[in-house]
Ligand binder design. Structure first.
Ligand SMILES: [Zn+2]
Length: 187
């Protein structure tokens, strides 16, 4: 399988609003398969089409089905989502701060506040309607990916400008408390 190139903010596609997917055809299925492969090779938990230079409202997300708020696995099996034309139709008033990374901004981490729970509608890769109620870490990943479809990067949503670190800074700063390798969420 061909690994797709993940673009960085120098490429304007990453900060553009993406267009709705009009047709779920063979070309889109091939793109979806390549995106899943690319996400897994990059050890990411999510990848949006604009991150591979395609300005389409579509993302792939893979998480453990019972990850806790810190992203720790509670179960072994993984849960793969392909979400096309997603819309957040409800979001909890409650927000939670958490550390995020991004496959398009390699080597950096930042703290972002996200809705603790959301409801997302869209369609899957077969065109079947999806209606997902998500919380915690999974809800965070979906919000991060859906932001990508609007050209929004996590770096524009930091809880404070100083809450942004290189992986090395984060590791030395929070060394005693947590293992950054386990903490880092690359989306
Ligand atoms: Zn990202």
């Amino acid at each position: 399988m061909e690994k797709l190139e993940i673009i960085t903010p120098e490429n304007p596609v990453l900060t553009q609003e993406a267009s709705p997917v009009e047709k779920i055809d063979l070309e889109l299925q091939t793109l979806i398969d390549k995106m899943i492969f690319t996400m897994r090779v990059a050890n990411g938990v999510g990848l949006a089409a604009p991150q591979v230079g395609r300005s389409l409202r579509m993302a792939v997300i893979e998480t453990p089905p019972e990850a806790d708020d810190e992203g720790n696995d509670i179960a072994d099996s993984r849960n793969l989502f392909v979400i096309i034309n997603p819309q957040i139709v409800w979001a909890s008033r409650k927000k939670v701060d958490g550390i995020e990374g991004c496959l398009s901004i390699p080597g950096y981490l930042g703290e972002v506040s996200r809705h603790q729970a959301i409801r997302v509608k869209g369609v899957d890769r077969r065109g079947k309607p999806l209606d997902l109620k998500l919380k915690g870490w999974t809800a965070r990943i979906f919000q991060h990916e859906i932001d990508h479809l609007d050209g929004v990067l996590f770096t524009s949503k930091l809880t404070a400008p100083e809450n942004y670190w290189t992986e090395e800074e984060y590791a030395s700063r929070f060394d005693e408390e947590t293992d950054p390798e386990e903490e880092a969420v690359a989306e």
